[in-house]
Design a protein around this ligand. Structure first.
Ligand code: BGC
Length: 762
């Protein structure tokens, strides 16, 4: 529907009808206005499947939803580093939505993994904003290609579950821009999600729902978002303030009470009706975009979509460690041990919980292989060693030539609604791994978890496979990877620290009372571990394969550029092993020398290439200003400092294989603002300013110290020391030097400051 027609409709609506459009009709629908032909539209959870509730509604994943297909959760899909695959998954989800009459799927959830403890990490993508945003964007692209909307969430600063509805996430602007906003930015700018869901929490003291700065100034005015913003379920605090700030749709229904507040505010003149009209316009625009593009032919073929879920799962399973044990040989006696071999933990709890129409376990997949035996090994309802199950598992492992232990985190250990208390696996499972490894030298551990765990047994097993929460088809994908029918091709979208205490947020997670301070700033994940040169269990970007890849021929389009130019980077990747596979090529950029504190390197782009044995492909990246920039709070913009930058190509963040440098020249000069506190070192960077200061202070301050004469009291002070003292001297420090006649007064300093600022045009 054209904007003009939508405006006509809005003009025909009563004040009450308009106010009612701004909140849900019920838990999952927008309000219809039948007399004007405005339909209700349905939204449903996901995002890694469809949680469409027909009867009893809730936002905690408690009541039944329709039978659907559960794809791998965000933790896994990010590990695929495969945009095309994510888009394909999105297309399938979009089609399911069309078949089920769902207009917007509530996701993807793109919040940064600040701490491994966040209960919803399994839904989120990464500790890195480029990877998170690109993954989310690829999914949005696929879903929306089917004329179904997405709701990228939870905007903003929702990086923990503890006190999620009241906590204030406190952080500086640079951190927000470089890490937390950046996770949304790329996806919003490039893929234009139809809607955005604001989070429950506050950002620097202001609820996300009424945060004009982010909902309007950044989201709409800077990034060009043109859909509608909806609240997380129950996130509205002050309805009228929220509407003014840029929150169009309150979800779910407020039972009419908040609609009445809107009506009253317009009548009293405290809310301009045009603000309400604009909100309704934005909502109707999306309601009709869906209604007018219905695919009445769409069919939800669950079995077919299960196969796509399996294909996605194959690329979300990360091979973390392989001391030559994998792939296993079919025909050899293999013991599958652990409850998750038969009943995999493949999704997390809460609003993203899918009612899977079927589940394939690794044991199901092994049905045709008589040499696979099974023992349960542990229970997961509580962390208690079951002696009989343990003994049976040890015996089963002894009888086999290799043992694969299917372990991980039980539901009670991670979920929406609460954060983890520690990073350990249940002790009963750690004990099982220890005891099996004591009798069987060939042990592989397959993990089912949404977030990193400590691995106290790492040295006693030969292989570790991170299956994340791989969706309902996970078992088939696991089996094929274990037996080498599929070559693992995923890499970690997050660092696995050795222990929780190593994590940069450790001292400030989940905060004090209703405040959590992000004191680690931009140093989230590998940005921190790299800067501190810390040992980690597995680094960001790590993942093994059954083949070998070699890199060569790194080329930059230029060795010297302006920050307004773009740089083309190309590199050749060869499959030098014996099995076809897919390699994830990672491009990091590091500023070699910088006056601001920056990470050693940051991921700026990545590509996944499929290669037959012996095959070589050239991968090309194009980098623009943003790849070299940091967020400068003074000019409130991205800024590149002139200098040399390293372009690093890595197999992981800790395995950089090729490096080249490029010199970038800034086209923006940061304006200097002089005050009486400005120090000589900073002033002297500008030769004109230096001359001005030298002249003003001639005769009173000595800027050229000489070697102290023998026997003088200043003997112990070297020229370097004198220079250093001078370098750090503020302008006001010059007052009092020299004699009464020649000395500088505070008035002189203030006049000098004015002259200096005039020089800058300030
Ligand atoms: C969650 C959202 C979800 C909504 C609707 C909230 O509790 O935070 O992610 O989309 O419920 O179920």
């Amino acid at each position: 529907m054209t904007l003009e027609k939508i405006r006509q409709l809005v003009a025909e609506m009563t004040l009450e009808e308009k106010a009612s459009m701004c909140s849900g009709a019920d838990f999952w629908h927008t309000e219809p206005v039948e007399r004007l032909g405005i339909p209700a539209s349905m939204v449903s959870d996901g995002p890694h499947g469809l949680r469409k509730q027909d009867d009893k509604a809730d936002h905690l994943g408690v009541n039944e939803s329709i039978k659907a297909v559960c794809f791998p959760a965000g933790c896994g899909t990010a590990a695929s580093f495969n945009r095309e695959l994510l888009t394909e998954m999105g297309e399938v989800l979009g089609n399911e939505c069309q078949a089920e009459g769902v207009s917007v799927i509530l996701g993807p959830a793109v919040n940064i993994k600040r701490s491994p403890l966040c209960g919803r990490n399994f839904e989120y993508y990464s500790e890195d904003p480029v990877l998170a945003s690109q993954t989310a964007g690829a999914l949005v692209k696929g879903i929306q290609s089917k004329n179904v909307g997405t709701s990228i969430k939870h905007f903003l600063g929702n990086n923990q579950e503890t006190r999620r509805m009241s906590v204030s996430a406190e952080m500086d602007e640079r951190t927000l821009r470089e890490i937390y906003l950046a996770a949304f930015e790329g996806a919003v700018r490039e893929q234009k999600p139809w809607t955005v869901m604001c989070s429950y929490n506050k950002i620097n003291g202001v609820y996300a729902a009424e945060n004009r700065k982010y909902l309007t100034d950044v989201l709409r005015d800077e990034w060009g978002f043109d859909g509608y913003v909806m609240s997380d379920w129950g996130a509205v605090n002050d309805r009228v303030a929220d509407l003014k700030a840029g929150l169009e749709l309150e979800m779910p229904s407020s039972g009419g009470s908040n609609d009445r507040l809107i009506v009253e505010a317009v009548k009293e003149g405290t809310l301009e009706e045009s603000v309400l009209d604009r909100a309704v316009e934005r909502i109707l625009n999306i309601v009709f975009r869906y209604a007018e593009n219905r695919d009445t032919e769409a069919v939800f073929d669950r079995d077919k979509d299960h196969e796509t879920a399996r294909k996605v799962a194959e690329e979300t399973i990360v091979l973390l460690k392989n001391d030559g044990i994998l792939p296993l040989q079919e025909g050899k006696k293999i013991a599958f041990i652990g409850k998750y071999a038969k009943e995999p933990r493949y999704q997390g709890g809460g609003s993203s919980h899918i009612n899977s129409h079927k589940v394939t376990s690794a044991m199901d997949a092994a049905a045709g292989n008589p040499s696979v035996s099974y023992a349960q090994g542990f229970r997961d309802e509580e962390d208690r060693i079951d002696g009989a199950l343990l003994a049976e598992a040890v015996e089963c492992a002894k009888q086999a030539e290799a043992a694969v232990i299917f372990a991980g985190l039980p539901d009670a250990f991670e979920s929406e609604g609460f954060d983890r208390k520690h990073m350990r696996m249940p002790e009963c499972q750690n004990e099982l791994i220890r005891q099996v490894a004591a009798v069987q030298p060939n042990v592989v551990v397959v993990l089912h978890n949404g977030s990193p765990v400590e691995m106290p047994w790492i040295d006693s097993v030969k292989g570790v496979v991170e299956a994340y929460l791989g969706g309902q088809a996970v078992g088939g994908a696991e089996y094929d990877i274990l037996f080498g029918k599929v070559n693992p091709s995923a890499k970690l979208p997050e660092t696995f620290p050795v222990k929780l205490e190593d994590n940069p947020s450790y001292l400030n997670f989940p905060g004090e009372g209703n405040t959590v301070e992000y004191k680690e700033g931009i140093f989230v994940g590998y940005r921190y571990y790299d800067k501190k040169r810390m040992e980690v269990l597995f680094p960001f970007g790590h993942g093994l394969s059954y083949t070998e890849y070699t890199y060569s021929n790194l080329k930059l389009s230029t060795g010297c550029m302006k920050d307004t130019d773009s740089l083309t980077v190309s590199v050749d990747v060869t499959n030098s092993g014996k099995m076809a596979g897919k390699e994830i090529v990672q491009l990091y950029v590091g500023d070699k020398e910088s006056s601001v504190i920056r990470p050693v390197k940051e991921l700026k782009d990545f590509a996944k290439v499929e290669l037959e044995p012996g095959e070589t492909k050239t991968v090309t990246f194009v980098l623009s200003k943003r790849a070299f920039a940091y967020y400068n709070v003074q000019i409130k913009d991205w800024h590149v400092e002139s200098g040399t930058f390293e372009i690093m190509i890595g197999k992981s963040s800790r395995d950089i294989v090729l490096t080249q440098t490029v010199t970038v020249e800034s086209t923006v000069r940061l304006p200097m603002v002089y005050t009486t506190d400005s120090i000589m070192e900073d002033i002297f960077k500008n030769p004109e300013a230096k001359a001005m200061v030298m002249e003003a202070m001639a005769g009173s301050v000595n800027f050229a110290p000489e070697e102290a004469g023998e026997g003088s009291g200043a003997e112990a002070i070297s020229v370097e020391m004198q220079e250093a003292m001078m370098r750090y001297m503020p302008l006001r420090g010059a007052v009092g030097f020299g004699s009464v006649e020649t000395g500088i007064t505070m008035e002189d300093v203030k006049a000098l400051v004015e002259k200096l600022n005039a020089l800058e045009g300030a």
